[in-house]
Design a binder for this molecule. Structure first.
Ligand code: NDP
Length: 452
């Protein structure tokens, strides 16, 4: 049977665009891609990129104070959200154009519309037209999850923050994950009075315990009113904002209430189940290690599969899919030892096992240090950096590396190469320090602080 396309991709985010470009540009497949929103997906339009630019913007609050300590005669002015927002919009437009140009150069046909799946080889576009393809790739990503009471009270999500006309004077952030903690720090830096509620014992569940404690302490020192073991019981719209009744009985009014309570896969109404594609409990597309669904012609990559929800992982999955199916190069995306960074202030970079995970697997040694980096010590600032290595006592391999420090994201990328190569603690020790930098502490950790 002749198909209109070799591949039809649903979703123009990181995973979908990479798969389309590699399949068409490198392997010569006839490819189409449908995107109902802006090209670039969550990462480019309402995630990593605008978030990181907001991190840069907010971090100037501290830089001005530091500059004075270093002898500069500067007086911090007010942060003007509208100036930043205008430049942010222009940058996102530029990036969206670059994504489109990349697809165009690779020869991908783009449909700026919603596409749903009719059967194993047929798609329906929003105007009713049908298109056929030998293979279908679902790369529709995820969207913020808003509990019922939050939706009813008009709470904002991370999607809305980038589009605000003005910054609120005060904000309650609900959640303790990546997004909640990053936005708590960003908005705090931009001068918003931030309160954060997290229902569990400590923010950033799943990360190394010591690092979590270190970050929480810094967030509080920076002025964030962080409450753990605390959730929202009631929300009521009142003049000037929302009245929040907390589970501890306290009532407060905040101009904005922002929920960062996780994300759910975008599979609603896609027609997948009727085709025989299996969906999991959270609506995620169930795939095997080749990103193939229960229907052999349909694959899925990225957040819609709810494996590791990070842009570089989606890109790897999309690339591996294209090489496997169109390049006669069977490739599986490797989901082990994935490094990541949380852009709190200070930043957190992490790769490998946490101390808590590692001690369940065998005897370990923990090497750790906390210190005031030279730059902030000179400026008389209180920030402390933390570096930690989790080491196997049996084979000496470094199983995990956790860094809380300015630029920790940059450092962890390089540490991840060492861990990927199987570096031992002695390999770290043999490496001569670069002086004076923060990361030299990683190669000068002499004695374990504890064993387990
Ligand atoms: P997370 O899953 O990281 O965090 C969700 C938070 O919301 C948790 O603290 C969770 O609590 C809490 N929560 C969930 N449901 C409720 C509820 N009904 N009421 C109150 N609290 C609730 O999700 P995020 O939205 O922060 O991020 C989504 C994903 O996006 C991340 O997992 C990550 O993969 C990716 N991401 C990566 C970034 C990076 O690389 N820097 C930045 C931003 C996002 P509990 O712990 O108790 O479940």
């Amino acid at each position: 049977m002749a198909f209109d396309y070799d591949l039809f991709v649903i979703g123009g985010g990181s995973g979908g665009v990479r798969a389309a470009r590699i399949a068409a540009g490198e392997h010569g497949a006839k490819v189409a891609l449908a995107e109902e929103d802006r090209m670039g997906g969550t990462c480019v339009i309402r995630g990593c990129v605008p978030k990181k630019l907001m991190v840069f913007a907010s971090s100037f609050a501290d830089t001005f104070g530091e500059a004075r300590a270093y002898g500069w005669d500067v007086t911090p002015g007010e942060f003007d959200w509208r100036v930043f927002r205008g430049r942010l919009d222009a940058e996102l437009d530029r990036l969206e154009r670059a994504y489109r140009a990349g697809l165009d150069t690779a020869g991908v046909t783009v449909f700026d519309t919603r596409a749903t799946v009719e059967d194993a080889h047929t798609l329906r576009l929003a105007d009713g037209a049908t298109v056929t393809a030998r293979h279908i790739l679902v790369a529709t990503g995820g969207r913020p999850f808003l509990p019922g009471i939050a939706a009813a009270a008009g709470a904002l999500t991370s999607n809305d923050i980038f589009k605000l006309d003005r910054l609120p004077e005060s904000a309650l952030i609900v959640g303790g994950g990546f997004i909640a903690c990053e936005f708590a720090c960003i908005l705090n830096g931009m001068g918003v009075k931030v309160t954060q509620f997290y229902r569990g014992e400590q923010i950033l569940r799943g990360f190394d315990g010591e690092a979590r404690g270190h970050i929480a302490e810094h967030m509080r020192e920076a002025g964030i009113d962080l409450h753990v073991g605390c959730d929202v019981m009631e929300l009521e719209r009142v003049a000037g904002g929302t009245r929040v009744t907390a589970t501890n009985g306290h009532e407060t009014v905040h101009e904005a209430v922002i929920y960062a309570t996780g994300r759910v896969p975008n599979t609603e109404g896609l027609g997948l189940e009727a085709t025989g594609v299996r969906l999991g409990r959270r609506g995620e597309v169930v795939v095997d290690e080749w990103s193939q669904t229960a229907v052999p012609s349909i694959y899925a990559v990225g957040d819609v599969t709810d494996r590791i929800n990070l842009t570089p992982v989606a890109i790897r999955e999309g690339h591996a899919f294209a090489d496997t199916v169109f390049g006669a190069r069977p490739t599986k995306a490797d989901h082990t030892l994935v490094p990541s960074a949380v852009f709190t202030q200070p930043e957190f970079g992490t790769v490998g096992l946490t101390e808590e995970e590692a001690r369940d697997l065998g005897p370990i040694e923990i090497y750790a240090t906390a210190f005031r980096p030279m730059r902030s010590a000179f400026a008389g600032r209180p920030e402390r950096a933390m570096m930690k290595l989790v080491v196997s006592a049996e084979n000496r391999r470094v199983l995990g590396c956790h860094i809380v420090a300015p630029q920790a994201g940059e450092m962890i990328q390089l540490a991840a190469i060492a861990l990927r190569m199987g570096a031992t603690k002695e390999d770290f020790d043999r490496t001569v320090a670069v002086h004076p930098v923060m990361a030299e502490e990683l190669v000068t950790l002499r004695k374990p602080v504890r064993t387990a």
